[in-house]
Design a protein around this ligand. Structure first.
Ligand code: NDP
Length: 446
């Protein structure tokens, strides 16, 4: 990066946010790709848009006390980072995972600004969560945690202010408990959360949205480069919400998914992963992926997550967590003939991995664009709640498909306009940034 203004902004970010490597990584990637825009737009520099953009509007950290099944008091830490409201109310998920700390929530909230902007829907960027681990907890424990978490969070959110959703560890069960508590505290039934159950304001297709849309985006990227999912071998990491529905859609588009994982290890099934078995293990029984061998003894299970990227494939869809593909794994993917990576998870590729993709002319669909279908459906859930209407699955799916096609086109044309044809990462950052930047400039120094 050569632009003095951007170098100064980044230095300041590093100084102010020391000890938050994921956040610094996310900001660095975006600022590096914004260089040609900033060169062309001195008005945005003058308006201090980037200086303001990297600093969250508001950061809330709170205590979450709850009582476990043994009557013992447990204390977790809760977060909500309201990052940017230039184009709409804050919007972004709640992550429940032991690795959660402020830096993770800030990186996710920062990414969310651009992602939400790309969807074309009026949503600002935010993110939240806690270092609570729902794994191994009883339903009662999860409920007591969610109620305590929402007791504080409810003071800071609202249907026109900040609308949280699910993320890692926060699925339909957790959203239900949080929604119930919000309603009880505020005495109002309102679309304050998305990802709700279908019986109380949820949208059809929300469960499938991120995974399906990842494949819609990937398909556009493949098509633009003379390829398709038909007959391709695919590796998908994770076996949660995004991974399962990415598998379902990729398979329906003619691909064969041969591997999936969880945080303990991965399975390889050369005949194609049996998704019904995965759904039974993960969605119904909440068990570990190695149970897959009980259904298919001819498959293999390997402890540890990283090895999944050594399995030869044409297309890799990382759908687990941040920085799960490093430079070494990316090099193995490339050596084995993988020609496309599209990200279901947020920031799953390290900067070194991204370098490998570009050096090997691989197609790279960055998370901000490729996984935007989840939040797009959340936006559609908000619309349905405001109108007191429910659209059919087909209506929502069709709208989502249209949104993903237009996101791909926006990335493609922004990259081309700024002299980086085929670099969809730069395209996503630039297209997402410009809309937010114009809105921030128009609203003055706030
Ligand atoms: P889930 O909790 O449903 O599933 C997460 C999956 O990733 C699980 O298989 C989990 O394994 C695995 N995983 C989690 N942490 C790690 C880790 N540290 N190392 C290895 N594996 C891990 O979450 P989602 O499917 O909802 O989210 C997955 C990714 O997609 C996240 O990056 C999320 O931010 C992103 N995303 C999700 C959206 C959504 O709509 N749900 C929207 C946009 C992005 P285990 O069960 O063992 O923990």
């Amino acid at each position: 990066m050569k632009n003095a203004y951007l170098i100064g902004v980044l230095e300041n970010v590093k100084k102010r946010n020391a000890g938050e490597p994921e956040f610094i990584q996310a900001v660095t990637e975006v600022l590096e790709t914004l260089e040609p825009v900033i060169e062309k737009r001195p008005d945005l520099v003058e308006a201090g848009v980037v200086d303001r953009l990297v600093e969250p509007e508001r950061q809330i950290i709170f205590r979450v006390p709850w009582v476990d099944d043994n009557g013992k008091v447990q204390v977790n830490r809760g977060f909500r980072v309201q990052y940017n409201s230039a184009i709409g109310p804050y919007k972004g998920g709640l992550r429940l995972h032991p690795s959660v700390y402020l830096g993770i929530i800030k990186f996710l909230g920062f990414e969310q600004i651009f992602k939400n902007s790309l969807t074309t829907l009026p949503m600002g960027g935010g993110k939240g969560g806690s270092d609570f681990d729902p794994k191994g907890k009883s339903d009662g424990e999860v409920m007591r945690f969610c109620q305590s978490f929402m007791t504080e969070l409810s003071k800071h959110i609202g249907a026109d202010l900040d609308v949280p959703a699910g993320d890692i560890g926060t699925g339909a069960r957790e959203i239900g408990y949080m929604f119930g508590q919000y309603k009880r505290l505020r005495n109002e039934f309102t679309g304050v959360l998305t990802g709700k159950g279908l019986t109380y304001g949820g949208s059809l297709a929300r469960t499938q949205a991120t995974g399906y849309c990842l494949c819609y985006f990937t398909n556009e990227m493949l098509k633009a480069n003379g390829k398709s999912f038909e007959g391709q071998t695919v590796v998908i990491s994770g076996s949660g919400n995004v991974a399962i529905y990415a598998n379902e859609k990729a398979t329906s588009m003619g691909a064969k998914v041969v591997a999936m994982s969880d945080s303990n290890g991965y399975i390889y099934d050369k005949n194609g992963v049996d998704l019904a078995a995965i759904k039974q293990i993960k969605e119904v029984e909440r068990k570990r992926i190695k149970e897959y061998l009980n259904y298919h003894p001819e498959a293999t299970y390997t402890e540890g997550c990283k090895g999944i990227w050594t399995i030869p494939c044409d297309i890799a869809l990382p759908c687990a967590t941040q920085n799960e593909i490093d430079g070494e794994s990316a090099a193995i993917l490339a050596k084995n003939g993988c020609y496309a990576v599209a990200e279901g998870a947020n920031m799953p590729s390290t900067p070194e991995a991204i370098d490998v993709y570009f050096k090997n002319n691989m197609l790279y669909g960055p998370a901000k664009a490729a996984n935007a279908g989840g939040v797009a459906t959340s936006g559609l859930e908000m619309s349905q709640n405001s109108q007191r209407l429910s659209w059919t699955f087909e209506e929502v799916d069709e709208k989502l498909h249209g949104i993903m096609v237009s996101i791909f086109k926006a990335c493609e044309s922004a990259a081309k306009e700024y002299g980086m044809e085929g670099n969809y990462m730069a395209g996503a950052n630039i297209a997402g940034f410009l809309k937010v930047a114009e809105a921030m400039k128009a609203q003055g120094c706030v």
